[in-house]
Design a protein around this ligand. Structure first.
Ligand code: BES
Ligand code: MN
Ligand code: ZN
Length: 491
């Protein structure tokens, strides 16, 4: 991971990045975009040169805009101007991402921040740099990124210690979730996933891990996880990761869908729909990474995370359309379509949480339906909750973190579609809005936590088809940033 250090004065001036604020209303009318006054002492003439470059290079200061100017034989040898918009956290995050891409071929760069840079600005810049410079590398093939270190020059580095720790942990854990999600399913079976969690949880005080395998799952009645995982040569697991600090007053349970590959099962997916189904554990990756992050930051809130892990495979031992599954706690589902597998493993985990853990709040994240993208496009998760206050606070955290979600309804007139003649519930109704129906199905398992429950269908934003601002093509780690922001507000 790219190393970022804070200094009060530049240490090296090979590549220098100067921020440029947007022209705009704040300055009154048509004020020109101007390089911000930096905290740093720059070599003679550099600030003036940057000022002259703004109109010459037609910079508007829009967040994410960059211009690179080469100065061979002089110091700095590369001068980059980077727009930060109106200078809020989101503008700096976008700028950080653009800077990471603009200087990707340099080994080292220095960003000189404004003398009055806020901790939020530093946080945005820091996260943007670390998230956009992410690359998934399974082998040593291809070119490694050159950029190894970025120095941020700020007036008082000590003022930013807390945000730097939060930003660093958030980015590190988002990158971990991306790594898990990008990993091919030939490597990442349920056992492998559980081992990755164990490796990272090991040695952290107050952090406890329990992994249930097929024998324990059968003994305790986790019928959904066992049915979905039954067709695979790799047996299912249930990861239970518990961050339990002594000073916690609130207990949150996080649940994440962990299908390590989704073939659709006997109701097999066609080729284009199956091609990226290694990403079907993005919810599990996000909740686990956020919990490790909460522990690393020692957030004073108890977080118990459940990741039901299974591979939805096709074989003679796979569950069938029409099978009736008995979930943890006893509710039964008629499984009309083996491709609606995510809700079956989540149902077990939610029932277990409600009955045995009895938290204050329950949040689940899942790559649950293709309908998420149909309704909301490629970057926005579908959020469901019956609790306006909880939904509002969660959405505020999502927005502050730089992710996107939109609240969706849980309409009463759809509940009848969940009726089955042979079981308590029908798992995959064929008519109606898919993401809504999946949410209504999950709600049936929330019992007395029904109004303290948030469900996010994050199928769409969990993956980026191309590099985009702080997202690198591939897994986005959606949810880690939002969850950590939200958990921090509970302390
Ligand atoms: N994992 C998929 C949902 C998905 C689709 C995630 C595209 C990411 C991108 C899920 O298990 C699934 O197959 N859902 C079905 C539900 C249907 C059978 C009721 C779907 O969305 O078609
Ligand atoms: Mn499926
Ligand atoms: Zn799935």
């Amino acid at each position: 991971m790219l190393a970022i250090r804070l200094f009060a004065e530049p240490d090296r001036l090979d590549t220098l990045v100067l921020p440029v604020r947007a022209a705009g209303e704040a300055e009154g009318g048509d004020a020109p975009a101007i390089p911000v006054l930096t905290a740093a002492t720059l070599p003679e003439g550099v600030a003036e040169e940057a000022g002259a470059l703004v109109p010459a290079a037609r910079l508007t200061g829009r967040a994410g805009e960059t211009r690179t100017h080469l100065r061979p034989g002089r110091s700095p040898g590369v001068l980059v101007l980077a727009g930060v918009g109106d200078g809020d956290e989101a503008g700096w995050r976008r700028a950080g991402a653009a800077i990471a891409r603009a200087v990707a071929d340099e080994k080292h760069a220095t960003v000189a921040l404004p003398a009055d840079a806020s901790p939020e600005a530093v946080r945005g810049l820091y996260e943007g740099l670390l998230l956009a410079s992410y690359r998934f590398r399974l082998t040593d093939a291809g070119e490694a990124p050159a950029l190894a270190q970025v120095d941020l020059v700020v007036a008082n580095p000590d003022d930013h210690l807390a945000v730097v720790e939060a930003a660093r942990t958030t980015a590190r854990m988002t990158r971990f979730a991306r790594d898990l999600t990008n990993t091919p399913s030939s490597v990442k079976n349920p056992q492998w996933f559980a081992e990755q969690v164990a490796e990272r949880a090991d040695g952290t005080p107050d952090l406890h891990l329990r992994v249930r395998g097929p024998v324990e799952l059968a003994a305790e009645g986790f019928g959904g996880i066992l049915a979905v995982g039954g067709g695979s040569a790799s047996t299912p697991r249930l990861v239970e990761l518990d961050w339990r600090p002594a000073d916690a007053r609130t207990h949150v349970v996080l649940v994440g869908k962990g299908i390590t590959f989704d073939t659709g099962g006997i109701s097999i997916k066609p080729v284009p729909a199956m091609k990226l189904m290694r990403k079907d554990m993005g919810g599990a990756a996000a909740v686990v990474a956020a919990t490790l992050g909460a522990a690393a930051l020692r957030l004073p809130v108890r977080v118990t995370t459940l990741a039901p892990l299974a591979e939805n495979a096709v074989s003679g031992s796979a569950f069938r359309p029409g099978d009736v599954i008995r979930h943890y706690g006893g509710i039964t589902s008629e499984t009309t379509n083996s491709d609606a597998e995510g809700r079956l493993v989540l149902a077990d985990a939610i029932s277990y949480a409600v009955r045995e853990l009895k938290p204050d709040v329950l949040v689940d994240l899942a790559t649950l339906t293709g309908a998420n993208a149909v309704a909301l496009g490629k970057r926005t998760g579908a959020l469901y909750s019956e609790n306006d206050e909880l939904a509002g606070k969660f959405l505020a955290a999502v927005e502050a973190a730089g992710e996107q979600a939109w609240r969706m309804p849980l309409p009463a007139d759809y509940v009848e579609y969940l009726g089955s003649e042979v079981a308590d519930l029908f798992s995959a109704p064929t008519q109606g809005a898919g993401s809504v129906l999946a949410a209504l199905y999950l709600r049936e398992f929330t019992d007395d936590l029904r109004d303290r429950w948030v469900h996010v269908d994050m199928s769409a934003p969990s993956w980026a088809d191309s590099d985009d601002a702080e997202l690198t093509k591939g897994a986005t780690g959606w949810g880690v940033r939002s969850l950590l922001r939200w958990l921090a507000t509970l302390s």
